[in-house]
Ligand binder design. Structure first.
Ligand SMILES: *Cc1c(COP(=O)(O)O)cnc(C)c1O
Length: 401
């Protein structure tokens, strides 16, 4: 048996089958490229679902991590450490906000946002105890905890995991009237992805995010933007909300915040909102640890330069121009996205998203399918134009087969 087949067979035996990975076993990676255990190279057009915006083995991030590994990695929040204040200050500043609550994974940050909004609702807005409602969008993806899957509309993510957490109302994404009707006096928050990633890189209709901002402002409801996947450079801006000049009340961040090195997530908001917490009311053993802060500080410094956002804009324009040429040619029904991020609906008769992904893998390009015949493209923002073009050539060839 090959190294690949042996590794996959063993993984299938000893790991839960909650994923269906492509049959590639990665051994190392650099920039936009990964190398498998057989020595084959692949262009990474997924970038860890945007956790790897700055590429594999990014020198600045690895150096920051190594230096911190030698000093101190964990104190717990029982004590202060010397990277914490800088991390919180600089992340708040990047977001144009005042306070940060650090966690580890995206789902934990979403949970934190939910708890924050409820507590704000009871303590500041004056919602009767136990009545807080959060409005969310259909086809959302906010993570995998029991509370979060309670308001998922994806049967795969939700079925058999009840009883479900109450307190959420689902409205169609992009529908201003439905949102207007759903928000009532007990509504504490509207929680949305400014672009829905897992749903297939769905960009809402123009004006939607501005409408959400205005509605939530007038009705005294928090606008929570889950920018875990859309944020930190991917769309050509630091935050996808910026495309509509919208500033939410709360950003939920994760994925690229840890640079693909360590899990780092955070809720970032005003002092009024995050100020609702008292000691003992929320926490995480690893949240805000020194290693996480050191890596995230470097991520923040890289984003402050604007160069990654600019790359995402320029290469993204090129990507969407090239993908646009495929629409109507028979193999591609639609392309959506912003910046270096695209969802491509393949004509179903040409194959499922999975089949297209496998054919691309055979040609040395790694992507991930989502729902049915959609594949998404989200290469590291450090990808070269030549490599991006080579990846697009492979896609064209696969679709022409
Ligand atoms: C990935 C993702 C999450 C969950 O993050 P995890 O780190 O996997 O828990 C939440 N929201 C969005 C928009 C995401 O893309």
């Amino acid at each position: 048996m090959s190294n690949t087949a042996a590794a996959i067979a063993t993984a299938e035996t000893h790991s839960a089958h909650n994923y269906h990975p492509l049959p590639v076993v990665v051994a190392s990676a650099d920039g936009a490229w990964m190398t498998d255990v057989e020595g084959r190279r692949y262009l990474d057009m997924l970038a860890g679902y945007s956790a790897l915006n700055f590429g594999h083995g990014n020198r600045r991030l690895i150096d920051a991590a190594k230096a911190q590994l030698e000093r101190v990695t964990l104190t717990s929040r029982a004590f202060h450490h010397d990277r914490f204040a800088d991390f919180c200050t600089q992340l708040a500043e990047l977001c144009g906000m005042e306070m940060v609550l650090p966690m580890n994974t995206g789902a934990e940050a979403v949970e934190t946002a939910v708890k924050t909004a409820r507590k704000w609702g009871y303590k500041i807005k004056g919602v009767p105890d136990g009545q807080a409602k959060i409005v969310v969008a259909a086809d959302n993806f906010h993570g995998r905890t029991t509370t979060i899957v309670s308001f998922s509309t994806d049967p795969e993510a939700r079925a058999d995991f009840g009883p479900y957490t109450p307190g959420f109302q689902v409205v169609p994404y992009g529908d201003v009237d439905a949102l207007d009707a759903a928000v009532d006096e007990n509504t504490v928050a509207v929680l949305l992805e400014p672009i829905q990633g897992e749903a297939g890189v769905l960009v809402p209709p123009p004006g939607y995010l501005s409408f959400v901002r205005e509605l939530t402002r007038v009705r005294n409801v928090l606008f929570i933007a889950d920018e875990i996947q859309s944020g930190l450079g991917r769309t050509g801006k630091t935050f996808a909300c910026e495309h509509e000049d919208v500033v939410p009340d709360m950003y939920v961040l994760g994925k690229a915040l840890g640079g693909g090195v360590v899990p780092v997530s955070a809720v970032v908001s005003s002092a009024e909102v995050l100020g609702v917490f008292r000691p003992g009311e929320h926490g995480s053993t690893f949240g805000g640890n020194p290693l996480a802060c050191a890596v995230a500080l470097e991520v923040i410094a890289m984003l402050r330069s604007g160069e990654y956002q600019q790359r995402a804009t320029e290469l993204g324009d090129h990507l969407h121009h090239e993908l646009g040429l495929l629409v109507g040619g028979g193999a591609v029904e639609a392309v959506r996205g912003r910046g270096l991020w695209a969802g491509i609906d393949i004509t179903p008769s040409r194959g499922t998203g999975r089949q297209i992904s496998e054919r691309l893998m055979d040609r040395g390009v790694l992507v991930k399918d989502t729902h049915g015949s959609t594949i998404r493209i989200a290469p590291p923002l450090v990808i070269s134009k030549e490599d991006l073009d080579w990846g697009l050539d492979q896609l064209r060839d696969v679709l022409a087969d």
